[in-house]
Design a protein around this ligand. Structure first.
Ligand code: T1G
Length: 678
């Protein structure tokens, strides 16, 4: 098999080139070729300088993640990079695309780095539950200092070429179309000069010696790193860069890397990496299905959802026509959108021009006729089937043939909506999650008659607007809400049986969720949908509303809140619940946190198994993608279905049986057939 690495001679410069699609991952053959290329360059006296670059869409995008967990095959990357750095001939990395992880480490082992303006560079290993494993945590701080290195290593977001140049990670930003030539010229200009090795630098002494840098970093990012092992290890490794010799620092990095690689969090996060990409694939829709061009989008409804949905398209540069029934609602909706953009600009994540650019693509209207030439129309109107059918009936008349008609419904029957039109093949569910301009998840709900090109186009569009999408079949609650209802059912039962509602919330918080169901209720407002009759009390929520406990906005709900909206459990609520339970004839008892967790999470897994059994989700990993992106299931456990496999499907079954909860046949079958769903 030909090596993915080749060398090309340009007079006194040897260019080592990788051609390993799709992303020049540093798999075994690439590492071998790289080592050979380096040896060739060092052995040939007529070679006075070296350039390392990649063909295809990107510089090395990291180690080959598919090799993780398997028996390592030589040569290993750190050794190859040490040889590269040890060269006395100048070595220049020529970067385009995304130089990530091991790719960034290759660049760091080179003496100099040049990149095109559109390039990005970073160390995203923490997003896989790892830290850089080829001396990145030791070379980077020695090149740019601890302060600049910390976010790159411990948060893992890549930075632009411009930003990389500013911190000294890049030596030059070159022409977008002249990368190789500029890199060769740069290398030639370094011939005869002493090479600069990152490993010989000293991490920014005041930075590393100044503990405040690390304390400030933890203070700033502590919440984001909660429960994650890798970011804390990353901080330790960067600290070692300033406190130990390079060799000792590398050993420290290797020790931390080894622990993470064999730990459960990295296994879960690597599962998620591939799960997110697998979710893009629709098994029975051919890859070459022709796509419907979506150049203009119509949105029906300028409320919270409609406005949020519209922003996704505006931010992606797609013009939107947004329709309301009344001018006042239209003005309010567009005003909220502008406000949201302005707030983003205030936080420095958008420029004022970008705000105007986005808003400039928005056409508010009161007339359905203005939607005629939209390629996709999404309705985000009141969750009522009759209202939806009316809207789709109008759209059917007005919108050009071949356009996609989508509903943002969170549980209504897409097939019934489709049947109310003359174009059922063009009807699909696009279920966004509130706030729609923030939440990454999009459930693409496939109706019985939804065409392949409509599905494929919806999936492609999801990626274009920065969403993570999964396909769901038509069933109440689709994938996410259907499983959520099982958790909510148990949460309500648990407090009626004597569990403290704060224990229920804390179990989910400790598990890694952003908040529990009762905190969520207080945040959203307990009086949503309340009939406003304090004398009519049939549920705990009605009892709390009757007591004026509407949630955070009222300063009290399931919890009492201080000015900073810090919650404290309320004895009054405990009594309201206990009285309510007593009148309902419920025995109260102490309930352990272990029982709470089993009863909250295991029924979700069981419902996920039923969803798979009914073919409402393509694969178990799609369910993990839905829950991680739509409901805050902690990434470092891999999602409900992966987590259940790690717990053991047999253990889940015993837990369900212990609490007299239903167990699906499908779950039993999978438990018996090797403890794996997919
Ligand atoms: N290894 C193996 N396959 C990879 C890969 C990788 N590093 N990166 C991407 N792929 C596959 C991906 O599964 C998909 O396959 C195809 O390439 C296109 O990817 C030693 C230990 C580079 C920004 O974390 O962030 O280096 O589905 O759909 O949206 O210290 O891929 O087509 O069959 O994502 O244009 C560190 C991970 C590894 C980067 C491109 N590196 N990749 O995004 O395409 S750990 C990363 C990405 C490491 C060192 C440590 C993105 C991308 P398929 P895609 P994209």
């Amino acid at each position: 098999m030909t090596s993915p690495i080749r060398t090309e001679r340009h007079d006194n410069v040897l260019v080592i080139i990788s051609d390993n699609p799709p992303v020049n991952a540093l798999g075994q053959a690439v590492r071998e070729g790289l080592a050979d290329g380096i040896a060739e360059a060092l052995a040939d006296d007529s070679v006075e300088a070296i350039v390392v670059r990649c063909d295809g869409r990107t510089f090395f995008a990291g180690a080959d993640i598919t090799e993780f967990g398997k028996k390592p095959q030589g040569p290993n990357l750190p050794e190859a990079l040490d040889k590269l750095e040890a060269s006395d001939k100048p070595v220049v990395a020529a970067i385009h695309g995304t130089a990530l992880g091991g790719g960034c480490e290759v660049a760091l082992a080179c003496h100099y780095r040049v990149a095109v303006p559109s390039a990005k560079i970073g160390l995203p290993e923490v997003k896989l539950g790892l830290i850089p494993g080829a001396a990145g945590t030791q070379r980077l701080p020695r090149l740019v200092g601890a302060q600049a290195a910390l976010p790159l290593v411990a948060i893992g977001d890549p930075i632009s070429a411009k930003a990389a140049k500013a911190i000294g990670l890049l030596d030059a930003v070159v022409g977008e179309d002249t990368l190789e030539a500029d890199a060769i010229a740069f290398a030639r200009s370094m011939v005869g000069k002493p090479v600069r090795r990152s490993s010989e630098g000293t991490a920014n002494q005041d930075g590393v010696k100044n503990p405040a840098i690390f304390d400030d970093f933890r203070a700033k990012y502590g919440r984001k790193m909660r429960g994650f092992d890798a970011p804390n290890a990353a901080i330790e490794a960067v600290k070692a860069a300033g406190e130990s010799s390079y060799a000792d620092g590398v050993s420290k990095e290797r020790e931390l890397f080894g622990k993470l690689m064999t730990g459960s969090q990295s296994k879960a996060m690597r599962h998620y990496f591939f799960a997110e990409r697998a979710a893009n694939k629709i098994d029975d829709v051919p890859k070459d299905t022709p796509l419907i061009a979506i150049n203009r989008v119509g949105i029906i409804g300028a409320g919270t959802m409609g406005g949020g949905i519209a922003m996704n398209f505006l931010s992606a540069g797609i013009p939107v026509t947004i329709l309301e029934m009344k001018q006042e609602a239209l003005d309010r909706g567009t005003g909220v959108m502008r406000k949201n953009y302005e707030n983003t600009a205030k936080r420095g994540r958008m420029t004022a021009e970008q705000v105007e650019q986005a808003m400039g693509l928005l056409t508010p209207t009161l007339e359905y006729d203005d939607l005629a030439d939209c390629d996709l129309v999404i309705e985000a109107v009141f969750e009522n089937m009759d209202v939806k059918k009316q809207v789709f009936g109008k759209l059917d008349e007005v919108v050009k043939p071949g356009a996609i008609l989508a509903s943002n419904t969170s549980y209504l029957d897409i097939d019934e909506i489709a049947a109310s039109t003359r174009r059922p093949g063009y009807v699909v569910g696009l279920h966004f999650f509130s706030p729609a301009n923030v939440m990454k998840l999009l459930e693409i709900v496939r109706g019985e008659k939804t065409r392949d090109d409509v599905l494929a186009s919806s999936m492609k569009l999801a990626k274009k607007i920065g969403k993570v999408a999964a396909v769901s079949g038509v069933c109440p609650g689709f994938i996410g809400n259907r499983m959520l209802s099982k958790r909510q059912e148990q949460a309500n039962k648990l407090i009626m049986e004597g569990a403290n509602h704060w224990d229920v919330d804390d179990v989910l918080l400790d598990f890694g969720f952003p908040m529990g169901p009762f905190q969520m209720g207080d945040l959203a407002g307990l009086d949503i949908g309340w009939h406003r009759d304090p004398s009519k009390v049939t549920t705990v929520r009605e009892a709390l509303c009757a007591a004026g406990r509407f949630g955070q906005k009222a300063g009290k709900g399931f919890y009492d809140y201080d000015e900073a909206r810090q919650r404290t459990p309320s004895d009054e609520v405990k009594h309201i619940i206990a009285d309510f339970a007593e009148s309902a004839g419920n025995e109260q008892r102490e309930i352990s946190k272990e029982e709470i967790q089993e009863r909250l999470l295991y029924p979700m897994v069981n419902e996920g198994a039923k969803i798979l059994d009914e073919g409402m989700a393509q694969r178990a990993s799609d369910i993990d993608v839905v829950w991680i992106n739509g409901y805050g299931w902690p990434l470092h456990t891999g999602g409900p279905m992966f987590w259940a496999q790690e717990v053991g499907l047999g253990t889940v079954i015993s837990g369900l049986e212990k609490h007299d909860l239903p167990v699906s046949d499908y779950l039993r079958t999978k438990a018996g057939a090797g403890n794996a769903f997919d």
